[in-house]
Design a protein around this ligand. Structure first.
Ligand SMILES: [Zn+2]
Length: 350
């Protein structure tokens, strides 16, 4: 009898031990904590961010953040918090303090872009220049860039910027990293360039951007949606090597920028130009051309990053005499280089 009892006991113990640990490990799985930071904010125009084409950055960032929170909460095992939920001024340091007090695994700072030149367009990601913060930012950057690209937005890539102190230039990144929290700035699109702004005006596009951000975050943290329709638990993404020293920004334009004229047709106004450009440090992403010796240039075109040389047609207006071709290229730090001028002889009448 005693022996039998012992047998039963051990059976029970065995069967319990084979079931419970799985439940315990599931219950004990630490939920991912994500802090979303809607950039800018503050009544009375304190920090509106970029304002162009009737679009105000601080309003758009809050729209994306709210929509992103709702999208992320469709997934299991995630807690989502916002650094602001209304039009209030929050310092960059307080945003990082909030992320720290929330025990955040990652902070995503939501922004829209503008440039002094008003000619750039596309999305970009800023990450810390240091160690694992750089690695994590770049790994996430690849994921979100791929989602944004699916929406048809031109992709500028993931970049770093060091300030004069030798630390990360952007305050929200610097303050987060100082508290041990990876942080990226997500510059979704340019408000001051019609290529992007026309789309940003549409609320459904804002929701698409938020869904793209949510998908990238869910892939990064290998989340499953509550309704079972999305499962990224086995999703793998390319890893980025942790850099041994800080990764500085590119301060110079493409190393090579040259052009030549392959053919001219004065009867149609067409000049076939071949351009060669490359940059060892950063990808070349835009180009433009001039037919008046560099006084005026066409809007920035997308450069095919898989090539160093490509050719394109330049159409000069009827009546042009002896046009002079000059080409420019820009890397993803918006640093430009200009080709030598190429004189074309002829009167273009058509
Ligand atoms: Zn901003």
């Amino acid at each position: 009898m005693k022996k039998l009892l012992a047998c039963v006991t051990s059976f029970i113990v065995l069967s319990v031990s084979s079931v419970i640990p799985a439940d315990i490990s599931y219950a004990a799985q630490k939920p991912v904590v994500v802090v979303i930071d809607p950039g800018h904010g503050g009544e009375g125009g304190t920090h509106p961010g970029a304002q162009y084409n009737g679009l105000v950055e601080k309003e758009l960032t809050l729209k994306v953040a709210n929509s992103l929170k709702a999208e992320l909460e469709k997934f299991d095992n995630i807690t989502v918090k916002l650094t602001r939920t209304s039009d209030v001024d929050v310092s960059l340091e307080d945003r990082a303090v909030f992320a720290k007090s929330s025990n955040a695994d990652f902070m995503y700072s939501i922004h829209f872009n503008a440039s002094n030149e008003h000619e750039f367009y596309g999305s970009e990601v800023w990450t810390s220049a240091f160690g694992n913060y750089y690695k994590k930012g770049c790994e996430f950057g690849q994921l979100v860039s791929s989602e944004w690209s699916n929406l048809g937005i031109y992709q500028k890539g993931t970049k770093t910027r060091i300030g004069s102190s030798g630390k990360d230039y952007y305050g929200v990144i610097r303050q987060s990293v100082a508290r041990g929290i990876p942080c990226v700035i997500l510059e979704h699109a340019y408000l001051d360039n019609s290529v992007d702004a026309a789309r940003v005006k549409d609320d459904s596009f804002i929701n698409s951007l938020a869904r793209a951000d949510a998908t990238a975050i869910a892939k990064y943290f290998k989340l499953k949606s509550r309704d079972g329709s999305l499962d990224y638990s086995t999703f793998n993404y390319p890893t980025v090597k942790k850099p041994s020293k800080k990764v500085s920004q590119d301060e110079s334009g493409p190393d090579v920028c040259s052009s030549k004229v392959l053919a001219t047709d004065t009867a149609t106004g067409n000049i076939l130009v071949e351009m060669t450009t490359s940059d060892k440090q950063s990808p070349v992403i835009y180009f433009s051309y001039s037919y008046d010796g560099g006084r005026t240039f066409c809007p920035l075109q997308m450069w095919d990053r898989s090539k160093d040389t490509q050719s394109f047609n330049v159409k000069v207006p009827s009546g042009t005499v002896d046009p002079v071709i000059v080409c420019r290229s820009y890397n993803n730090y918006e640093k430009g280089s200009q080709s030598a001028a190429v004189q074309v002889t002829g009167t273009f009448n058509y």
